[in-house]
Structures are given as C-alpha cells and as structure tokens.
Design a protein around this ligand. Structure first.
Ligand code: GDP
Ligand code: MG
Length: 439
C-alpha cells in the first residue's frame, strides 16, 4: 500500500547525512508511483511532486534532523494541505434551521450518512429533522424511517407519490414550525449522473436554499469518486464532501484528490455500516496515516473513550519517549485489547502498522494470550530491566508460562525491535510532537 511504500522510501533516506538532488529525485519517483498506484489523479500527483521538490531542494538541514525526516515532514505537510489543511466545519445558519442537502450516486451512503449526521447533531444537543426525499428506490423511505427510529430522530415523509421537491419544501416548513434547528434532506441517487437527477437536485436547492450541499462519495471507487465530485460540483454548488467506506480496503486516493480537484473540502469521513456519529475529517491525521507515522491523535481519542484520560496521556508519553518496560508492555496490551479490533489499532500506532506486516508478529488473540503468559512469568526485576534476561532466566520463564524458549526469545527480540522503532519515531517527532522544531 501507499503507506508501506512511503515508509520504504523514507527508510532509505533516513540516516543519510546530507540530502542531494539525486536523493530527492529518487524519493519523489517512488512517491509519484505510490500515489498513482493509490489512484490519485495524475495532475494532482504532478503538482504535488513539484511542490515538495521545490520546498526540499536547497533546504538546509539542521544537525538534529536527518534529511529523511525533513522530507517526511514536508511530504506530510503538503499531503495535509492537499486535503484542505484543517477540518472544515459544518455550516451553521444564523437563521435556523440550518438546511443540509445530501447528494450523491446510488449506494454511495447518503441515507446512512444522513442518519449518522443526525446522530452527531443529536449528541451535540441539537434537534435535527430527517426528510425522506428518495421516492424512487424501493424501500428507501422505510430505510430512513428505520434508522430515524433507531437513533430517535423524527423522519418527515409524504410517501412516494409526491415530488421530492414538494417533500423538501414541506419538510422545511415543518422543521420551522416545530423548532428543529437542523434539517437533513436525503435524496435519490442514480447509478450514473443524469440530467433528471441533477434537475431535481437543482429544484430542491432552489426551494430550500441549503446552507450545506454535501456530496456523499464512496472512497472505494477511487478515481471515479473524483470524477463524480467534479460533475456534481459543476452543476450544483457543493459546500463539502462526505467520504464513505473508508473502513474498507480503500486505496485512499480519493481522499487525496477530491479537495485538490474540486476545491471542495472533505468535511466528514464514514467508516462503517453501523450508525455511529459521523466523524469529522482531519486532513493532518489522514496525512500521517498515509505516511505510516501512525494516527496518534485518533488512537489517543479512541483510547480516551475506553481508558481514563490519565492513562492515555501516560501511554502517549511512554510511546514518545520509548522508555517503557515489559510492565508497560503488558499494561498497554491490556488497554489495547479493551479497545477492540487489534489490527485497526495497530495500524494507528507508530511503527505498529509495519510490525503487523512482519511475518512473525501475527495479530491474533491466542498469540496475545501466550505473550501475556510469558510476561506474567517474569519477575518484577526482569520486567523492568529486560537486559538481565539471560538464558537460564528465559528457560525458567518458558517453563513457567507453558511456552517454549524459542517463543520467549522471539518475544524479547520483538520487544527490543519495538523499542528501537519507538525511539526512532520519537526522535523523528521531536520533543514537542510532529511539528517540534521542524517548521
Ligand atoms: P445511498 O443509496 O447513497 O443512500 O446509500 P446507503 O446509505 O443506502 O448505503 C449503501 C450501502 O453502503 C449500505 O449497505 C450501507 O450500509 C453501506 N454503507 C454506507 N456507508 C458506509 C461506510 O462508511 N462503510 C461501509 N462499510 N458501508 C457503508
Ligand atoms: Mg438512499
């Protein structure tokens, strides 16, 4: 994938004393290929490479950083910029209700995202109303009603015999009458963009004057998502994009080019079929994730919802300073296990995405149990000072944990590797995080 690819490139660059134009060219060749393979629009790639090169060549590299780190930092910042820089917030009308029009092709996730957005608003103490504007797809109204009931948000429908334009008009009126501060209008999609669809959307737009026109696009469609965004944008002024199905095996290319091509910010990211609050899209996090530096912030956020804040902060500090012991390792493992899908979490942790790929570290719960058993068979001293683990101690631990000496050796080796990787990561990040001193 893209992130592994970039990790390899920068792995090569890291550790070199001085960056030459050749180095930059070689790295950029790899970056270009990786981005193209990830289905990023070729014009976007071209501009991107040019910008990074311009900023990199002739750059003075201070003693505390390797040229590789500097290039990673620049690529990271440019990727972030490409995706809009910062999170673009949902519009808010100063004359409520705020009207949100959802548009997109069939199956993109409009109805699901409408419900998720309603749930987010509800969570923030708003009073949203959902309007069922898809009268064409069989059971589309029912689908929205079921979701509305599930999250406790009312759904306005007039059946499938009234035109969507009239439904939208009356839905908006009802929202005003009943004091709803947000109206989310779900609309019909087509398999392809056609004049009938666009005409109808334009009429709904005309009648409801939405504050937000959110285009819902399926990230899995890659380059096609960008084409779709471009055609919608040319016919209907979009204010934002909801990128769905980022949980699947997506190549990420869509996220990189949608904003660059349409100028329209990605405001939300959807990552599942379950109706959870819609997640705001964070360009800087996406960029770090793409670069394989780990999505520390997302991890910490996720951690905070299931672990207490103090523990999470401590975990972050330890990961940054790489000063943890086998005791922390065990503790962390327990926390991680509490958080759910291990693979996903490892992807977010610095260096871990890479570790997961290593053949000898298969992530499965059974193996984690064995690892836990090994660590629990260590004495306090051994956990705190792993360097004292000589052969006889390892033999005793293997016997105590019901594992083999090979397994014990392997775990200690992995632990050492992990510490090394974290050290590398923390020196790359600097003492104040990713931006420390590298601005
Ligand atoms: P619409 O035709 O645009 O209204 O699309 P729907 O909301 O009906 O979604 C189409 C299908 O995609 C449904 O099966 C949804 O459960 C699924 N879906 C929507 N959003 C996501 C997402 O973020 N991730 C995944 N994996 N599936 C999604
Ligand atoms: Mg729908």
């Amino acid at each position: 994938g893209l992130s592994n690819r970039l990790q390899n490139v920068f792995g090569k660059l890291r550790g070199k004393g001085k960056v030459s134009e050749d180095d930059v060219n070689e790295a950029m060749r790899e970056v270009r290929l990786a981005l193209l393979e990830a289905d990023v629009n070729f014009k976007v790639v071209k501009d991107f490479i040019a910008k990074v090169k311009e900023r990199t060549i002739g750059l003075e590299v201070s003693k505390s950083f390797t040229p590789g780190m500097v290039v990673v930092d620049i690529v990271n910042k440019e990727l972030t910029e490409l995706m809009g820089g910062t999170n673009a917030k949902l519009a808010k009308s100063n004359k409520p209700p705020t009207v949100i029009l959802m548009a997109g092709l069939q199956g993109a996730g409009k109805t699901t995202s409408s419900a998720k957005l309603a749930k987010s608003l509800l969570k923030d103490k708003h009073k949203p109303l959902l309007v069922a504007g898809d009268i064409y797809r069989p059971a589309a109204i029912k689908q929205l009603q079921v979701l509305g009931e599930q999250i406790g948000v009312p759904v306005f429908t007039m059946g499938d015999q009234t035109s969507p334009v009239e439904i939208a008009r009356q839905g908006l009126q009802l929202a005003k009458d009943n004091g709803h501060d947000y109206v989310i209008i779900d609309t019909a999609g087509r398999l392809h963009i056609d004049e009938a669809l666009m005409g109808e959307l334009r009429q709904i737009h005309e009648v409801t004057k939405p504050d937000e026109v959110l285009l819902v696009v399926d990230a899995m469609t890659g380059q096609e998502a960008v084409n779709v965004a471009q055609s919608f944008h040319s016919q209907l002024e979009l204010t934002g994009v909801v990128l769905t199905k980022l949980d699947g095996d997506t190549r990420g290319g869509a996220a990189l080019s949608v904003k660059a091509v349409t100028g329209c910010p990605i405001k939300f990211a959807a990552t599942g079929e379950k109706i959870e609050p819609l997640e705001p899209f964070h360009p800087e996090r996406m960029a770090s994730r793409i670069l394989g530096m780990g999505d520390m912030l997302s991890l910490i956020e996720k951690a905070q919802s299931s672990i207490d804040a103090e523990k999470a902060a401590e975990m972050e500090r330890k990961m940054r300073t790489a000063e943890f012991t086998f005791e922390d390792f065990l503790d962390q493992m327990e926390q991680v296990r509490k958080l759910g899908p291990l693979d996903q979490l490892l992807d977010m942790m610095p260096g871990m995405g890479k570790m997961k790929d290593m053949k000898n570290l298969k992530v499965d719960d059974k193996q984690i149990n064995r690892v836990e058993a090994i660590v629990r068979s260590m004495t306090k001293d051994e956990k705190r000072k792993p360097e004292i683990l000589n052969h006889s101690r390892r033999k005793r631990i293997a016997a105590g944990s019901g594992t083999s000496i090979t397994e014990v050796n392997r775990l200690i080796k992995q632990f050492d590797d992990m510490k090394k990787m974290m050290k590398q990561f923390s020196s790359m990040m600097g003492p104040k995080g990713p931006k420390g001193g590298m601005k």
